[in-house]
Design a protein. Structure first.
Lengths: 111, 265
């Protein structure tokens, strides 16, 4: 029956074992390192307060991931930096919006 | 030559430690090895009833620890296999009655008396577990293909490694090949990947186990059921023999090939 559904292009409900494996890997990474999943939010807040003293950042943009793909588990914090500079070149054209194609070509040449 | 003390533990309760301990002890004994199975689940003893020896208990582990009898006197010799013995736990006390030190001394004595001492650990990671592990030369971790059992097994593996036990091996119990084929039960490679411990055996779900325990019989002795066969194979592996794992149809095989064929269109 499931096989026929597949033939007719119906999506099969996702089986549960892969999800179990994902959840286990994540749970074990936290367990093994004495981390709590809820602690990540706290970490984000504290990191952003420290970094905000030196950089222009937005707390909610900080992404914290646990990478357990390699042999060593890693906690990776990704912090997008807000650019304080004026945008240049093609970016300037698109952000300014209404520019002629000629103007756009000139801008591209200059780069 | 000194024997081997092997502790069977899991963290999670109900995954098959006692049944495993009973059956593998019996299989080893049947292969001619002088074997004793030790119940360390003081207060919740079950090794005796699984082995069908519950009406032969006179003295128990706590009697030995508290000096009421000599170790030799507490051992029950199985009438089915002459080389199989049981050291039962006490039922009316709890795990505080035995200390790791006392267990270590008992293990040292048993190591001299038996080729194999199989210690059935209680569930948990508290005193009972500590008592069970302290005297071990080798540790067998039992798990089932469930998220809870695997999580607990991982924790216990960490604790056992921290106690400097080098020989740690995994047994996956109660596998249901049909569920694995359907993608609704963790597969063997998945579990080995997650736990990263050498596999000793894989035992399929088998209803003859409950029938055996109802009768106080041991599958490894009485029948050729898949589980019985798996226990016997594990005993042989413990003796250094290379025994291939039972063929459990956990992959779709032809069905996989066919689905792949359709997916690519």
């Amino acid at each position: 029956m499931k096989f026929l559904l597949k033939l007719f292009g119906q999506a099969l409900p996702e089986t549960s074992a892969p999800r179990a494996k994902e959840r286990l890997k994540l749970a074990l990474t936290y367990d093994r390192n004495g981390l709590e999943q809820g602690m990540v939010e706290q970490l984000r807040g504290e990191l952003s307060r420290v970094m905000a003293k030196h950089l222009a950042i937005k707390a909610e943009e900080i992404q914290i991931d646990i990478d357990h793909s390699a042999e060593l588990d890693k906690l990776i914090a990704s912090v997008p930096l807000r650019s304080a500079r004026r945008p240049r070149g093609a970016a300037a054209v698109s952000s300014a919006g209404a520019k002629t194609t000629a103007g756009a070509k000139k801008a591209a040449k200059r780069r | 030559m000194a024997g081997r003390v092997i502790t069977v533990t899991s963290g999670k309760g109900g995954v098959g430690k006692t049944t495993f301990s009973a059956n593998v002890s019996a299989a080893l004994a049947e292969l001619g090895k002088k074997t004793v199975a030790v119940d360390t689940d003081v207060g919740l003893r079950n090794l005796d009833i699984i082995m069908g020896l519950e009406n032969r208990i006179v003295y128990d582990l706590v009697d030995v620890v508290e000096g009421r009898c000599r170790l030799q006197k507490s051992l029950i010799r199985d009438k089915r296999v002459a080389t199989l013995h049981l050291l039962p736990a006490a039922q009316t006390r709890d795990k505080s009655a035995v200390s790791p030190d006392a267990m270590e001394k008992i293990c040292a004595e048993l190591r001299q008396m038996f080729d194999f001492t199989i210690i059935d650990s209680p569930a948990g990671i508290e005193r009972g577990f500590q008592n069970a592990v302290i005297g071990a030369d080798e540790v067998i971790i039992i798990t089932t293909p469930h998220v809870s059992a695997i999580r607990d097994a991982d924790r216990v593996i960490g604790l056992v490694e921290a106690a400097d036990k080098q020989h740690i091996r995994l047994v996956i119990n109660r596998l249901q090949p049909a569920l694995v084929r359907r993608g609704d039960m963790l597969d063997i490679p998945d579990m080995l990947d997650i736990l990263a411990v050498e596999p000793l055996g894989i035992i399929p779900e088998d209803e003859t186990i409950v029938i055996s325990s109802n009768r106080g019989e041991l599958a490894a002795l009485t029948n050729t059921s898949p589980a019985g066969q798996a226990y016997k194979n594990i005993a042989r592996r413990l003796l250094g023999e290379e025994v291939p794992f039972l063929p459990l149809e956990t992959s779709r095989g032809w069905l996989q090939w066919l689905t792949r064929l359709f997916k690519s269109n």
